[in-house]
Design a binder for this molecule. Structure first.
Ligand code: NAD
Length: 504
């Protein structure tokens, strides 16, 4: 039987061919379109507009007008809080619809988006609720005069201005929330560019935001690929900040492009995150299932923080590999709307070729292929499916242990003792996440303190809306989540005022 998702496309209805500018759905001026093909079936799902430079100008101008008018930043705090919370409630109310749209975009199965917190609609809603709580609490300080005398020294936090928010395709709910919620909580206005591979989900979210009562111009959407749409945004003179989640290569390009106008930049980039599995792990089988699950289930390893390097102590190395193979064999692929399917294909043919290329490289460089390593055929041949792939005995110098593959490929590296494990873990250009599996709490904390990464999970991994998330080293600049992320959408201003006629 041929796999098809078309019936869902017909029943869901898609917002097609329109940009969202200044509170209106508007066709692109030049009328160019992008056709989205489903990664599991190759079917055409729908077309959306490719914004041209003039459309991006319109979007930025709308965001600028809304910012300068204070329609959002100077409105009552209770009004802004109510809008953000209403949007959170609307997200929850449209949970199944949004997850279905996502399944049409990136083929993440409903079984996964309905059960794993980080990729759920509920997590995105929680991020908005959390940030709504900061709206009336963002403040500066009043400091005692340094040089004595009688004057006031104060700091204020003010919104940065117009933010260009650029999203990847893999987790549109959470990543939309991690950018838009703090930007709006800080009082900024936004021009959002979804990934060309997850546009329909985001367009529906924007429609729900309008329903929640967000004023026109505060959130605008331009759709289309990185070039030309993202490029027009990151080089635009009137964009004050670029907030980006995506690949390291594009992150570098954004840093370069921002130099012209010294834009503020936040970057959430890739990773090669290690899981350190010690012989005293509470349960090596559970550790193996957790690690392999993160690299194969749901997003098929297309997750920035997936622990794609398993560093395993030699005493439990064989047990780990046996359990890892068992877990890999249990992963199911196919129609994302089928509740028995728990993983997805690679997003496009380019990514499929890239991942298969890394697998060949792993073999060439002498790693031992334990399972997988090939494209899935038969009923799945029209999609970009790759079998869960585990390489053992991987030198930490091998390409597959160093580069972000963004596919279901786990590199297992043996170690003898804690010192070696920490050295291997930190021997990477990235520093997004890490996991430590050990029942010895002192060891777990000791090792966590020594790891050069932004988020560490002990005997598991979780993402929380109020915890900063982001990378050390080349995994990014800045953090998303919690107060620090809102502050990154503000400028800090100092104001001084003498309280007498004397000069300060
Ligand atoms: P990508 O870098 O190819 O694209 C990300 C976004 O940037 C897309 O919207 C794309 O259209 C846009 N873009 C591309 N070129 C551009 C340019 N020149 N100027 C402006 N925008 C441009 O990444 P992807 O394939 O969508 O996502 C995968 C990457 O994202 C991986 O590296 C992954 O690790 C990373 N990621 C990081 C996090 C995190 O929180 N750290 C989360 C998810 C994904």
């Amino acid at each position: 039987m041929t796999l098809t998702v078309r019936p869902h496309r017909e029943s869901l209805g898609l917002k097609t061919g329109q940009l969202y500018l200044d509170g209106q759905w508007t066709p692109a001026r030049e009328g160019a379109n992008w056709t989205h093909r489903h990664p599991a079936t190759g079917e055409e799902i729908g077309e959306f507009a490719v914004a041209g430079a003039a459309d991006v100008d319109d979007a930025v101008a709308a965001a600028r007008r809304a910012f300068d008018s204070g329609t959002w930043s100077n409105s009552r705090a209770s009004t802004r809080i109510a809008v953000l919370r209403r949007f959170a409630d609307l997200l929850r109310a449209h949970d199944e619809e949004l997850r279905s749209l996502q399944a049409l975009d990136n083929s993440v199965p409903l079984s996964f988006s309905g059960s794993i917190y980080a990729t759920s609609v509920g997590a995105a809603a929680d991020v908005f609720d959390h940030h709504a709580g900061w709206v009336d609490k963002l403040g500066g300080q009043t400091l005692p005069p340094y040089q004595g005398g009688d004057h006031l020294a104060m700091t204020f936090r003010e919104p940065i201005g117009v933010v260009a928010a650029i999203l990847p395709w893999n987790a549109p709910f959470l990543l939309f929330a991690q950018k838009v919620a703090p930007a709006l909580a800080a009082g900024c206005t936004v021009v959002l560019k979804p990934s060309e591979y997850a546009t329909f989900t985001v367009l529906r979210m924007v429609e729900l935001f309008a329903e929640a009562g967000l004023p026109a111009g505060v959130l605008n959407v331009v759709t289309g690929p990185g070039d030309p749409v993202g490029e027009a945004l990151i080089t635009h003179r009137d964009v004050d900040k670029v907030s980006f989640t995506g690949s390291r290569a594009v992150g570098r390009r954004i840093v370069e492009a921002s130099a012209g106008t010294l834009k503020r930049v936040s970057l959430e980039l890739g990773g090669k995150s290690p899981a350190l599995v010690f012989a005293d792990a509470p349960d090596v089988g559970v550790a193996a299932a957790t690690v392999v699950g993160a690299v194969t289930m749901g997003l098929s390893g297309q997750a920035c923080v997936a622990n794609t390097r398993a560093l395993v102590q030699r005493d439990v190395y064989d047990d780990f590999l046996t359990a890892a193979q068992g877990m890999a064999a249990a992963v199911t692929y196919g129609d994302p709307f089928d509740p028995s399917v728990i993983s997805c294909p690679l997003i496009n043919e380019r990514q499929l070729a890239r991942v298969l290329g890394y697998i060949e490289r792993g073999k060439e460089e002498g790693a031992r292929l334990v399972t997988g390593g090939e494209r899935l055929e038969g009923e799945l041949a029209a999609g970009n499916f790759v079998a869960p792939t585990i390489f053992a005995d991987v030198p930490n110098t091998a390409t597959i242990a160093r580069e972000e593959i963004f596919g279901p490929v786990l590199a297992v590296v043996p170690f003898d003792d804690e010192e070696e494990a920490v050295a291997l873990a930190n021997d990477t250009e990235y520093g997004l996440g890490a996991a430590v599996f050990s029942a010895d709490a002192q060891r777990a904390f000791r090792v966590s303190r020594r790891l050069r990464a932004g988020t560490i999970g002990i005997n598991g991994f979780q993402i929380e809306p109020h915890l900063p998330f982001g990378g050390f080293k080349q995994s990014g600049l800045g953090r998303e989540g919690g107060l620090s992320s809102i502050e990154a959408y503000t400028e800090l201003k100092s104001v001084l005022m003498p309280l007498t006629g004397e000069l300060m």
